[in-house]
Design a protein around this ligand. Structure first.
Ligand code: ADP
Length: 394
């Protein structure tokens, strides 16, 4: 980022200097000046100066970075439109003082020391933003050029990553601590109380499996985040859903939960089979986890209005209204204890949402406490002929 800014800064500096010089000598539009305005100037030179001025001004106006020119007392002299927007200047009116204390301090430092200075500045006006600011003093000490780049998004992403790493480490700590405690308990019980040792050993296996699932989910999420291009295989979503649903038949009948499938054949999308399988599996796992025995889980796959629809419904515990918008966040659980008991990682829905968004779709939930929940994923269908060819062949 610094290098990019440096090269941008240097690249425009020549233009900026022309701009400042012309701006100072021709405060009225240079293009409107008359020959007599420049003592000893001739018309060819003046035309050349006008062209260069227009050229410099156009470059500055088109830049995404804000460029501010300040005089020797750090008073704003001129700016391009990005600079006006970033500093919240009124059109054509420059204030006597920069509104951002941090940017002003940087410019004053650069002026006082005669060397370029750069720093991250947080501004609150005209909006809350993080700006990367670089102040380069003019060689004769008559002013300073400040280049501003809006890095709010980049800083936000970095912060989210840091929070995620902190959160993930915290989540990993608890099964690791449980494994340690259980191993110690087994060591003590193995001679005196073999039944107890057996019990601890079962719990240790369950904790190790949960840890394994957490690591797998973290890796899945990382892979999804690194995916640079949208998945582009022609996939029969119906087939993916059928094979994922098959996995749940035996546990469903063992639990006495009825499992209904309404999977229309030949629902085609462009996608990644593995990711789509994970998404459907996560929705079904949740439906079964959060539905008591004797309840009902349904999966429906269909095509409507140019979209493939996957609806997974249950008659389970439901999700409180205030939690419905949060269940797709990483590590968010309505009931931490219940999720943990069922071996949940708190990442299943975050992964499902990520997969669906990578496929250009979106997911929503409708739920009523004590009545059940329905998760609906919509993903744009593939072009009709792509699906037809494979359906007929199949
Ligand atoms: P977990 O591994 O905890 O199930 P998820 O990301 O899959 O994590 O889900 C997040 C939270 O959303 C769960 O902890 C649970 O509170 C809630 N949830 C998800 N699916 C359902 C469902 N079908 N019924 C009730 N609550 C659900």
């Amino acid at each position: 980022m610094n290098n990019l800014l440096l090269s941008v800064g240097l690249g425009v500096l020549a233009a900026v200097v022309t701009f400042i010089v012309l701006d100072r000598f021709f405060p009225a539009q240079a293009g409107e000046a008359v020959d007599g305005d420049v003592p000893g100037g001739n018309s060819a030179q003046l035309d050349q100066l006008r062209r260069e001025n227009r050229w410099a001004q156009e470059i500055l106006e088109r830049m995404a970075e804000g460029v501010l020119v300040l005089d020797e007392s750090a008073k704003p002299l001129s700016t391009n439109s990005a600079g006006r927007d970033l500093m919240g200047f009124h059109e054509d009116m420059l204030p006597a003082r920069l509104p951002s204390g941090e940017v002003l301090e940087l410019a004053e430092k650069a002026l006082a020391e005669g060397v370029s200075r750069e720093a991250l500045a947080s501004v609150w006006f005209p909006a809350r933003m993080s700006l990367w600011a670089r102040a380069a003093p003019l060689q004769d000490g008559s002013g300073v050029v400040v280049v501003l780049q809006d890095v709010t998004n980049e800083i936000g992403i970095q912060r989210a990553r840091r929070e995620f790493v902190a959160h993930a480490s915290h989540e990993l700590k608890s099964p690791v601590a449980a494994l340690r405690t259980l191993a110690e308990a087994i060591r003590r019980a193995v001679h005196e109380d073999p039944d107890m040792a057996e019990h601890f050993s079962t719990r240790l296996t369950a904790e190790a499996e949960r840890l394994g699932r957490l690591i797998e989910d973290l890796l899945d999420l990382t892979k999804l985040e690194e995916a640079a291009t949208p998945p582009d295989q022609r996939i029969d979503l119906s087939e993916v859903a059928q094979s994922e649903a098959d996995r749940f038949e035996t546990p469903a009948s063992a639990a006495g939960t009825s499992f209904e499938r309404h999977i229309h054949p030949g629902v085609w999308i462009m996608g990644d089979e593995g990711q789509l399988g994970t998404m459907i599996r996560n929705l079904l796992e949740n439906a079964f986890h959060y539905t008591p025995r004797e309840g009902r889980v349904t999966i429906e796959v269909s095509e409507r209005g140019g979209n493939a629809l996957v609806e997974v419904g249950d008659t389970g515990i439901g999700i409180p209204l205030e939690a419905q918008s949060r269940v797709f966040e990483r590590f968010y659980r309505v009931d931490r204890g219940r999720s943990r008991d069922s071996g949940g990682t708190g990442l299943g829905l975050a992964i499902a949402k990520h997969v669906i968004e990578l496929h250009g779709g979106h997911i929503q939930v409708e739920s009523e406490l004590g009545q059940g929940s329905t998760f609906t994923a919509r993903i744009p269908s593939a072009a009709p002929e792509q699906g037809t060819v494979r359906s007929l062949a199949g």
